[in-house]
Design a protein around this ligand. Structure first.
Ligand SMILES: [Zn+2]
Length: 433
């Protein structure tokens, strides 16, 4: 097995659950696993040494909620409320061919890799056709066949998307050296019937799967559910048995105190998407309350049409500052909390305990930040630098399972020029221009 030593780097390592910043230190990798972290040079000889002077090594970022193919909808339907925005998206999505969806995911990956993301959770269209893209990219991904079914007459036995979802799980879960995971996914309470949601949740549990859903993104969605069904979307999912499987709930902007305690009791993870919530005017998720209740809160970009980029460092910045402003309290959302949301908490949500932190024995999923930039000097507090000063463009290396996917502007697994050209061609087809 080949070995690599990253030397002279600043490293945000984790010891017994807490971040520690080492200066001018060493990180050794054997195969796909970190086998050394320390401030003195290891005595063991490594096959290759790489000088990382003025680089800050952090755990690879985990984008816990997105819709990769929506990069082709970037810039569409700006400045509209969610329901009107969705009506702009759907006709274009209906026109998307397999090649559009594949190039969309590749375009999303170019952006994510270059801004330090090593793993992402995705719910979008035709996931079976996306598996080869994940294989090629070298990234880690939890992808899902997201189901919707507003037809109240639909019988579960006749509902093909549920069967497709289960077959996808059986065929591809843990494929490509476990880089690919298959999740189950229900789009949201307002796009599915009770019957289909309950039976699908049972199938998820029977198969040992994980669920990815949207919950209470907007006030309208939350209040419509209460007025129509007499309960919140969180209570509705809980009553249907959805939360018996490990569940990741995106947004939860309008979650009530009771919803938060239901999610805490059921160990539901929440994904905070600050850019999307701000851009669509959805509101401020009660992240402080969720964290105090012990909920695992991760971070995501959501799709590029509601963000409009997939830059996790920008999400970290927004997650760091918006709650301080909203609650008039600068002590909220400390940098270590936000970095944990963008890394270890995402790993927990994805069911990947072997990643999400820089520790001996964990997978070598690493992002390097180039500190040789005016806005990153002086480096008094690396965690604060990450939350408040760093930009996605400061990422100079992204590594997954010990394999470098991106370094100093160069992609090693994806053909940047071809993907950009094909994405422009797809956009011309989709918009008829
Ligand atoms: Zn979403």
């Amino acid at each position: 097995m080949s070995t690599l030593l990253l030397k002279n780097a600043d490293i945000i390592a984790t010891y017994e659950g807490s971040f520690t910043c080492l200066r001018n230190s060493y990180l050794g990798i054997e195969g796909d696993t970190i086998d050394y972290i320390g401030s003195s040079k290891p005595t063991e000889k490594y096959d290759e040494e790489k000088d990382m002077h003025s680089r800050l090594l952090i755990p690879g970022l985990i984008n816990s909620h997105g819709h990769s193919g929506m990069v082709l909808l970037r810039g569409l339907g700006s400045d509209l409320p969610l329901q009107d925005w969705l009506h702009q998206m759907w006709p274009i999505e209906d026109r998307m061919r397999v090649q559009d969806l594949q190039v969309g995911m590749k375009l999303a990956m170019l952006e994510m890799i270059a801004t330090g993301t090593t793993s992402f959770s995705d719910m979008y269209l035709r996931p079976r056709d996306m598996t080869a893209v994940v294989e090629q990219s070298g990234m880690k991904a939890n992808i899902a066949r997201c189901i919707t079914c507003p037809d109240t007459a639909m019988r579960y036995e006749s509902f093909a998307p549920a069967r497709e979802s289960i077959e996808l799980f059986k065929d591809f879960h843990k494929a490509f050296d476990d880089r690919l995971r298959i999740d189950f996914s229900i789009h949201a309470q307002y796009t599915i019937t009770d019957l289909i949601a309950r039976r699908y949740s049972e199938d998820c549990l029977d198969n040992g799967g994980r669920l990815h859903v949207h919950i209470s993104e907007t006030r309208k969605e939350h209040e419509d559910c209460i007025s129509q069904l007499g309960k919140t979307p969180t209570r509705w999912f809980a009553d249907l048995g959805t939360f018996k499987s490990p569940t990741a709930a995106a947004h939860c902007v309008w979650a009530s105190d009771e919803d938060i305690s239901i999610m805490a009791q059921n160990k539901v993870s929440v994904i905070h998407n600050p850019s999307s919530n701000m851009k669509l005017g959805s509101g401020f998720a009660p992240i402080g309350k969720m964290l105090r209740s012990g909920i695992n809160v991760a971070l995501g970009t959501d799709g590029a049409a509601s963000n409009n980029n997939l830059n996790m460092l920008e999400e970290m910045h927004l997650a760091s500052i918006i709650h301080k402003g909203y609650h008039l309290d600068p002590t909220l959302m400390k940098p270590e909390t936000v970095l944990r949301m963008a890394t270890a908490n995402g790993a927990l949500l994805q069911g990947r305990p072997d990643t999400g932190s820089l520790e001996v024995g964990k997978k070598a999923d690493i992002c390097a930040i180039d500190l040789d930039k005016p806005h990153l000097v002086p480096n008094l507090d690396p965690l604060a630098l990450l939350s408040y000063s760093a930009q996605g463009s400061d990422v100079c290396m992204t590594m997954v399972n010990g394999r470098i996917l991106y370094e100093n502007g160069q992609y090693l697994t994806l053909d940047r020029e071809r993907i950009l050209r094909e994405a422009e061609e797809s956009a011309r087809f989709l918009y008829g221009k």
